[in-house]
Design a protein around this ligand. Structure first.
Ligand code: FES
Length: 381
């Protein structure tokens, strides 16, 4: 077969296939392996889906094809693998026509490529199979699925199949933020590595149990007070239902972020700062996949929110110098600073503030913060 075609083409005589048991059909398509077994002809891609070993060199017994490189086994009729790490072999239609000729249709595609690879991504994530994840991400990109949609699929999988935010979701979100800056060939790598880290985080983990919002709709000030209280007394379920209720009221992204950050900031440097990182990344994740998923994403940080230890509970922060008392004093000073009236010049000293924060001079930090407050910089600045 020399021309690329989507029509059936004659491959060989049935007698020849019966005599040889298997043969490979070459052409302008991937090599096709024809196998005769138990009175039937089968046609499969000759390249092992695991690492490309020629399947013509494998064994066939009782309807099962075995690749001889890493011993993956495949159902001859469907190409489905018995060894999930190897992935399925693509098959193509084959017919035996009178008077004893074998015809194949050299097409390995899927009727709905995007849907096929979306399902395969879910399977790859569920079983933590790098090879399947890699192919499914690539397959979706080739099928024209936008990268943010793939981020959404992976993020929602990670949120449903693990009881809490994990490092994989942080990595996925960080890569998602980078996507607009990445060249096309690196988009694939970013998505793949984000997805595989999420899958690894979910392996052997209990899935998340959904909780419901309250049936009432208290206003945000009440919900904020409640969330801080439940966080303080470490009551996860109550905190989660309170947060879900705030989401159900239609609170804005800024209000939801404020709710979580306020509760987290009641403990000094909670969880070594990781808690704020997680909350920040969860909000960034929603910026990527859409805030309509807030009830799936934000509760994932509540476990850490209520269990986080504050620095005020650690001796290292209390002795020989009471750092917590110093922080509280600095906070008081900042609060007492006059704030510029709105409508003034926008504050633009971000670089100076960042350098002060990264340095080790507490006075420089305080002066930079004071300058920002005087200029009326908002939290988003
Ligand atoms: S290449 Fe076939 S099992 Fe690895």
């Amino acid at each position: 077969m020399e021309t690329l075609t989507s029509e059936f083409v004659r491959a060989c005589s049935l007698d020849e296939l019966k005599a040889k048991g298997r043969l490979v059909v070459h052409g302008r398509h991937p090599p096709i392996l024809l196998v005769y077994d138990n009175g039937r002809a089968f046609a499969l891609d000759n390249r092992c889906p695991h690492m490309g070993f020629p399947l013509e060199r494998g064994s066939v017994a009782d309807g099962i094809l075995t690749c001889h490189w890493h011993h993956a086994r495949f159902d001859l009729a469907s190409g489905c693998t018995f060894d999930l790490w190897a992935d399925d072999v693509p098959t193509c239609p084959v017919e035996v026509r009178e008077p004893g000729e074998v015809w194949v249709k050299p097409v390995f595609g899927h009727a709905d490529p995007a849907g096929h690879w979306r399902r395969r991504l879910q399977e790859g994530l569920a079983h933590n199979l790098d090879l399947v994840i890699a192919k499914a991400v690539r397959g979706q990109l080739v099928a024209g699925v936008p990268a943010p949609e793939i981020i959404r699929q992976v993020a929602l999988f990670g949120l449903q199949n693990r009881d809490g935010w994990g490092v994989g979701l942080t990595i996925l979100t960080a890569f998602g933020n980078l996507l607009p800056e990445l060249p096309e060939e690196e988009t694939y790598l970013a998505l793949f590595h984000g997805a595989r880290r999420v899958a690894a985080d979910c392996e052997s983990q209990p899935p998340r149990r959904d909780r419901a919002p309250l049936a009432s709709r208290p206003d945000l000030a009440v919900l904020k007070r409640w969330l801080r209280h439940w966080t303080k007394v470490r009551h996860r379920e109550a905190a989660e239902r309170t947060l879900l209720t705030a989401i159900a009221t239609g609170a804005s992204p800024a209000a939801l972020a404020d709710l979580l950050v306020s509760a987290a900031a009641d403990r000094v440097y909670a969880d070594g700062g990781h808690l704020l990182d997680f909350i920040n990344k969860a909000c960034e994740c929603l910026d990527l996949i859409g805030w309509e998923h807030a009830s799936a994403v934000l509760p994932s940080v509540v476990g850490q929110l209520v269990s986080a230890r504050g620095a005020e509970e650690a001796t290292a922060w209390r002795h020989p110098i009471d750092l917590v008392a110093l922080c509280e004093q600095a906070a008081q000073e900042i609060r007492s600073l006059p704030v510029a009236v709105s409508g003034g010049e926008p504050w633009s000293e971000h670089v100076g503030l960042a350098e002060a924060l990264l340095g080790d001079d507490p006075n420089a930090i305080l002066e930079s913060l004071k300058a920002a407050m005087r200029a009326g910089a908002s939290p988003s600045d």
